[in-house]
Design a protein around this ligand. Structure first.
Ligand code: SAM
Length: 257
């Protein structure tokens, strides 16, 4: 998979996209990322990329002529979607990461300052993605978040692909809690069942804890998911244990988990 990133601050990407799993995936050719400087597409001698907003007001707006020159040069004749990182976009989640991971190429546009010119948004941008309901200074960190979340879904990027299957959101539930050695740390013991070697009991324990986490922290996820008969039965147990008033909507649950 190939990512093109259009930004005013290319130097921000070297660390996060050059180290750890993403750096290794790039070295191994599982993923490629090219970072383009929008300023290189400004034509005047000061390399101006922004101007004041028509109608007045605070902040600067990225100019459409510069942005479109950059987008068209990078996209060429390909049909790769242009994704503008914006707090006004669809909120990025694991499902959208999986959707992007199926594409061969994606162009990410990181905005800055007050906004990009609306005409670019309407005519050259295919999707808008937000990484959450807060406003950052630029689209660089959101672009890195998107590349990271998508890259780890690509075949071969994670050493053990089975770790993906059990992660939070992958099957609509939050992940179960994990423990490692020592078995007792400051008088805190690892749950017995995990030391038992009994695979079926461990599987059920983990499923119950994943459902507990989801019920107490993100009941909205349960409402969007079809539950198996076993999951429904475990959920009934949890609703009793936590005295939930609102049952599957999770309201009024005693939060001690
Ligand atoms: N005036 C804009 C608004 O209120 O919607 C916010 C502009 S923000 C200061 C500058 C740039 O940061 C945006 O153009 C966008 O690329 C990026 N950005 C800020 N918050 C973001 C978020 N939550 N998700 C994705 N991109 C974001």
């Amino acid at each position: 998979m190939h990512f093109d990133i259009l930004t005013l601050f290319p130097e921000m990407f070297a660390g996060p996209l050059g180290t750890s799993m993403i750096g290794k995936a790039r070295e191994r050719g599982l993923l490629s990322v090219e970072v383009w400087n929008i300023r290189d597409y400004a034509l005047d001698k000061h390399r101006t990329v922004d101007d004041t907003p028509y109608g007045g007001g605070a902040g600067m707006v990225l100019r459409p002529d510069v942005l479109v020159r950059a987008i068209e040069a990078v996209r060429g004749s390909s049909s790769a979607p242009v994704i503008y990182l914006s707090p006004q976009g669809r909120v990025f989640n694991q499902e959208l990461a999986a959707e992007l991971a199926r594409l061969p190429r994606v162009i990410l546009l990181a905005g800055h300052y007050e906004e990009i010119d609306e005409r670019v948004r309407q005519h050259w941008v295919d999707w808008e993605l937000s990484i959450g309901d807060y406003v950052l200074t630029g689209g660089e960190l959101p672009a890195m978040v998107v590349v990271d979340a998508v890259a780890r879904l690509l075949p071969g990027v994670l050493g053990d692909a089975s770790s993906l299957e059990e992660e939070s959101f992958q099957d609509g539930l939050l992940d179960y809690p994990q423990y490692t050695r020592p078995a007792v740390f400051r008088d805190l013991a690892v749950p017995e069942v995990l030391l038992s070697g009994h695979h079926e009991q461990i599987r059920r324990f983990r499923l119950k804890e994943a459902l507990r986490r989801t019920l107490l922290r993100r009941p909205d996820l349960l409402r969007q998911r079809e539950l198996s008969a076993e999951e429904r039965e475990i959920l009934e147990e949890l609703i009793q244990e936590h005295s939930c008033e609102g049952r599957v909507n999770g309201s009024g649950c005693n939060q001690n988990d």
